[in-house]
Design a binder for this molecule. Structure first.
Ligand SMILES: [Zn+2]
Length: 193
């Protein structure tokens, strides 16, 4: 199947590898597995959907194991950046985790080339899980300019990693996509003095 030219399409291969033979080991046929310790909060309008903790998590604990359900030919509003110029679709509840400019979770690339959510600080039962979209996306192309995360340190708009203040980059430490720091190095002007 050939993707439509104006819109990234899901690859048709869901058999455990994408079109480049990239392994996708945690494929769930339904795409919505039972996940221990978290639950979906559904809102009537769909816009208030989120993911809640159903038990406490300690800082540093893996809250949710991510898995991919398909590679994409380009970025779109539900895509996850998995490398420079590469995007994929996550399954399960991962795509329902909302952005915050002061998130309680970070992300860590796992062996399946998907992102786990890892607690940045203790999370209580009933708390909503959040992460910063800038932890995975170098640029944000498909979200409204105004951020309504409500955090005291909200930066006002959902920016990508490229536009994240250096102090926040340092604050997030290792709990961001590894390719983002590589991409920073790539665009940094050559050191000529
Ligand atoms: Zn915000």
């Amino acid at each position: 199947m050939r993707p439509a030219p104006d819109r990234p399409a899901l690859c048709s291969s869901f058999e455990g590898v994408d079109r480049k033979g990239f392994p996708l080991p945690h494929v769930s046929p339904s795409g919505l597995p039972e996940e221990e310790g978290v639950e979906l909060r559904r809102a009537a309008d769909g816009k208030g959907d989120g993911v809640l903790a159903t038990r406490p998590f300690a800082a540093g604990e893996t809250v949710m194991v991510g898995f991919l359900v398909g590679a994409l030919t380009g970025n779109d509003s539900h895509a996850t950046q998995v490398g420079p110029g590469r995007w994929a679709r996550h399954g399960g509840l991962g795509p329902k985790v909302n952005h915050s400019c002061d998130p309680n979770c970070g992300v860590r690339l796992n062996d399946g080339h998907a992102f786990d959510f890892v607690a940045r600080r203790p999370i209580a039962t009933g708390q909503e899980l959040t992460f910063d979209y800038a932890m995975r996306n170098f640029t944000i192309d498909h979200f409204p300019a105004v951020c309504r995360c409500g955090a005291a340190r909200c930066r006002g708009s959902i920016t990508g990693w490229k536009d994240l203040p250096a102090v926040r980059k340092a604050d997030y430490g290792e709990l961001v996509a590894p390719y983002l720091r590589m991409m920073d190095d790539d665009i940094r002007p050559a050191d000529g003095g």
